[in-house]
Design a protein around this ligand. Structure first.
Ligand SMILES: Cc1ncc(COP(=O)(O)O)c(C=O)c1O
Length: 402
């Protein structure tokens, strides 16, 4: 019996379970079928889901297909990417192409290095002061992630909070503040994933500018030359979870007097070409596929056009629909990546009902963060206009029923 024929029994069972409800074991002949073809069936036919997760989040289907294939067999070499050495001669081209595409798509000037490391954006909160903070650093407090970054900086020196939007639960971006001219760097979070606020321009800064772009990288063209460093977790606009991207200006490093542990020193990873230790190979391969997808789809300028189109559609509906309101009033501050909204006055009691209503129509991941409440639809690059149209239709249907 072929694998496909023998696997027919799996289709009628719950995914992950074999006949009789027992889980498949990896040696079972149906295992290959289940994990190769069933995900394809689920992705394509069985469940139409609209994925608005905040991260990890929706990825282009062709990216997931390429990664799935590489996890079965990579590059025709008879091994899975998961079981190969990162020093194998066919992995280096993956890393090289990912770095080259990063530089090309973001128009990164000479003198910057691109790194792919582990540890998440949260490790960068600590590596940044380790590598850059000699006396004093300036931070703008736009929410939880900025606060976490500041908490790490305080372990290394003076941390000046130049402005904060805590007074209105981070629902706006502070505009009027002065960055101390003697700060070693100024840290910003360009997109505040939890609150749906975004700094959509490249700020001028009197001192080296460092930006957490975890949730808006590749959503617009950026002027990299204005930054000493840009970093983020990949699990929103770039890849599956497990890899952190770093764009760092080489000459901004080496200015602190403290000793830096080897693994926490950016120069180690520049020197080692992101291979000082074992890098997260599958997430890097995933990032490469997304970078190819962005290039094929018109680059960051086109990603920005799509982001504007999707965000305008959803904010437009929230503003129009009597049952909802956004939490971010100033249109200039509204994130194109994470759209936060709550039930309008008089309809607060219907929050749970709308959540159930939307879930029944295939909406996934729209529950707002617990510190904001209500709803949050994340519209990262892979989210299609059609997904947003479905959410808008769902909101209109709910309105029509009340
Ligand atoms: C803006 C921002 N910064 C940092 C983080 C933390 O990232 P990680 O989980 O990769 O440490 C997140 C996670 O959602 C985020 O949205």
């Amino acid at each position: 019996m072929s694998r496909k024929q023998s696997g027919c029994s799996a289709v009628g069972s719950a995914p992950g379970l074999g006949p009789g409800g027992r889980p498949f074991e990896s040696g079972h002949p149906d295992f290959f079928y289940l994990y190769t073809f069933v995900p394809e069936i689920i992705l394509n036919k069985i469940m139409k889901k609209y994925n608005f997760n905040a991260g990890p989040s929706k990825l282009p289907k062709e990216v997931m297909e390429a990664v799935s294939k590489a996890c079965i067999e990579f590059d025709g070499c008879g091994l899975s990417l998961m079981e190969m050495s990162h020093r194998a001669k066919n992995f280096q081209p993956v890393l090289d192409e990912a770095i080259a595409l990063f530089k090309e798509l973001l128009n990164i000037p000479e003198g910057y290095s691109v790194l792919f490391l582990g540890g998440g954006a949260s490790l960068e909160f600590c590596m940044i002061p380790y590598n850059f903070l000699e006396n004093k650093a300036a931070y703008i407090n736009t929410g939880v992630w900025a606060k976490k970054a500041m908490a790490e900086a305080k372990l290394f020196g003076e941390c000046v909070e130049v402005a904060s939007s805590a007074d209105f639960n981070y629902t706006y971006i502070p505009k009027h503040y002065t960055v101390p001219a003697d700060a070693d760097y100024f840290h910003i979070t360009t997109n505040n994933t939890i609150y749906g606020t975004e700094i959509r321009r490249d700020l001028d800064s009197p001192v080296p500018l460092i930006a957490d772009m975890s949730s808006d990288i590749f959503s617009r063209p950026i002027n990299v030359s204005k930054y000493a460093m840009i970093y983020g977790g990949a699990q929103k606009n770039l890849a599956m979870a497990g890899v952190t991207f770093i764009i760092v200006k080489d000459e901004a490093l080496g200015k602190v007097s403290r000793a830096i542990p080897t693994m926490l020193d950016y120069r180690t990873h520049i020197k080692g070409g992101s291979m000082f230790n074992t890098p997260p190979t599958v997430p890097i391969y995933c990032a490469l596929q997304t970078l190819r997808w962005i290039k094929k789809n018109g680059g960051v300028a086109e990603m920005e056009r799509r982001a504007i189109e999707k965000a305008d559609l959803l904010y437009g509906e929230i503003d129009r629909n009597k049952m909802f309101r956004t939490t971010v009033q100033d249109t200039e501050d509204r994130s194109r990546m994470n759209v936060c909204f709550v039930m309008n006055e008089g309809y607060e009691d219907l929050e749970a009902e709308f959540m159930t209503f939307a879930t029944e129509r295939g909406m996934v991941g729209i529950k707002g963060h617990r510190s904001v409440g209500g709803f949050r639809a994340s519209l990262y690059n892979a989210v299609e206009l059609e997904d947003v149209q479905a959410l808008v239709a769902c909101m209109q249907e709910f309105e029509a029923q009340h």
